[in-house]
Design a protein around this ligand. Structure first.
Ligand code: HEM
Length: 427
């Protein structure tokens, strides 16, 4: 899968409606507006200045009544644990998004199709849009296809959505549609009728320091009876940090070694709920997948509102021989992280801030301080600790001196439904 994220400033979007034909409407369905884009813009100035995004007025998303601040990721950076000042790490386009009004996410099996779609969009919208930034992402090559840059299979566990998911796989919890779609059962944020069935998008450009991550695993390999040699010990440490082996097999079901039979069966790979052990012996409480979806550690009613649908794609080249030999990243690579939810404060923001970055979560009575999510947990660039990674000593804390994921920034957008685009935005 190839992916292109293109951020645009939109001027005079009303032009879409007058020029709309079927293909243009299809292009417009990928149009995502960031909420500030809906705030009243200054009146048109003499020379192609900003104009209202929607002819006849700018529909509001009632952002003021949404719990938390979704009015821009830059203002959220501190809560998300990013180091300050953000100018040091963030792409400039995300630091000041005052002229950023939307994004196209274009996905296809090859770059030719991507470029054709992009060409169609730019031809249709002409000089009413200006490209501010683009990020080319694509599936990794060969056997690594579907795996993110640290090497782990991604895109396995997604919530089922009521009314859409008819045959959930074993272990897949079906959440009320309103967890993902605005205005459906379970979304109580009270957004306006026109926004119904849209979804909020959290986008993050997350750099991954792969050679440094690999060196950390080798230097801190963990051992237990049956796990021999640095290679097995470092694979085990990585699997316990993620909660899954690189194949996707959950450590809860196969704690010491990978198991390709489980990985190959969609009804086995996600069929667990952390009830097999009340401690860190199988899957650490702090593991990435346990922090971000604690399953039966909490009740469904406590977990469901915080589920998200993820659609991230790796960007950047494979690790070069020089990088591998020096253990130092010299070319940027990472994950173009994409998550949909009806409420960013309850979804992405909550997962990052309240669960992944919170050393007290999930505080089991016998293990009250599990530490940070060792994959995405962030402490403003300062060192973090994680408990439970060493199966031979469940209360040992391992210190992570360096972040292996560096936030390059991002933004929050609203993805309207097709009917909202046709009946409200382009009306
Ligand atoms: C570069 C950054 C990241 C990497 C490498 C990464 C990697 C992974 C991998 C390998 C999995 C397991 C496979 C799967 O179930 O799809 C996973 C699951 C997940 N990740 Fe991430 N992730 C990253 C960022 C994030 C962020 C920023 C969030 C949210 C704040 C997040 C939330 C989740 C959730 C909710 C799951 C599913 C847990 C489950 O239901 O079992 N991830 N991630």
């Amino acid at each position: 899968m190839h992916f292109l994220t293109v951020l645009y400033t939109f001027l005079a979007l009303g032009g879409i409606s007058s020029a709309a034909s079927t293909p243009q409407r299809r292009a417009a369905s990928g149009l995502l507006f960031n909420p500030p884009g809906f705030a009243p813009l200054p009146s048109p100035t003499t020379h192609r200045g900003p104009q209202p995004l929607v002819a006849g007025g700018t529909p509001s998303l009632n952002t003021s009544n949404i719990q938390g601040d979704i009015l821009g990721q830059a203002s959220n950076a501190n809560a998300l644990g990013d180091p300050a000042p953000i100018e040091n790490n963030w792409e400039p386009v995300f630091v000041d998004t005052s002229s950023l009004h939307g994004v196209f996410l274009i996905g296809a099996n090859d770059n030719t199709t991507i470029n054709a779609a992009l060409n169609q969009i730019t031809t249709a919208l002409g000089d009413s849009i200006t490209e501010l930034y683009s990020l080319q992402a694509q599936a990794r090559p060969g056997a690594e296809q579907g795996h993110e840059h640290f090497g782990f299979l991604d895109g396995i566990s997604q919530p089922g959505v009521e009314g859409f998911t008819t045959n959930p796989v074993n272990g897949q919890i079906v959440v009320p549609a309103g967890v993902i779609l605005v205005g459906e059962d379970g979304d109580n944020a009270g957004r306006p009728a026109w926004a119904k069935d849209g979804s909020f998008l959290a986008f993050r450009q997350l750099q991954q320091l792969v050679p440094e991550f690999n060196k950390f695993l080798l230097d801190n390999a963990v051992f237990v009876t049956g796990v021999n040699g640095i290679e097995e010990g470092s694979e085990l440490l990585g699997a316990r940090m993620m909660g899954r082996w690189k194949s996707g097999t959950p450590v809860e079901l196969s704690p010491l070694h990978d198991n390709l039979t489980i990985a190959g069966d969609p009804n086995l790979i996600n069929n667990f709920n952390f009830t097999l052990a009340g401690d860190n012996s199988l899957c650490p409480f702090a593991a990435h997948i346990r922090k971000t979806n604690p399953r039966s550690d909490l009740s469904n009613t406590a977990v469901d509102p915080h589920r998200i649908i993820r659609g991230g794609t790796p960007y950047g080249p494979e690790v070069t021989a020089d990088e591998a030999a020096s253990n130092v990243t010299s070319i940027q690579r990472g994950l173009a992280f994409v998550a949909y939810q009806s409420n960013i404060a309850q979804g992405f923001q909550f997962l990052q801030q309240t669960w992944a970055n919170n050393p007290n979560f999930l505080g089991h009575p016998n293990f009250p301080l599990p530490g940070f999510d060792p994959i995405i947990g962030a402490n403003h660039g300062q060192e973090r600790f994680t408990q439970g990674l060493d199966p031979a000593n469940q209360t040992r804390n391992i210190t992570l001196v360096q972040d292996f994921i560096v936030s390059r920034g991002g933004e929050y957008f609203f993805s309207p439904s097709l009917s909202a685009i046709i009946n409200t935005i382009a009306a």
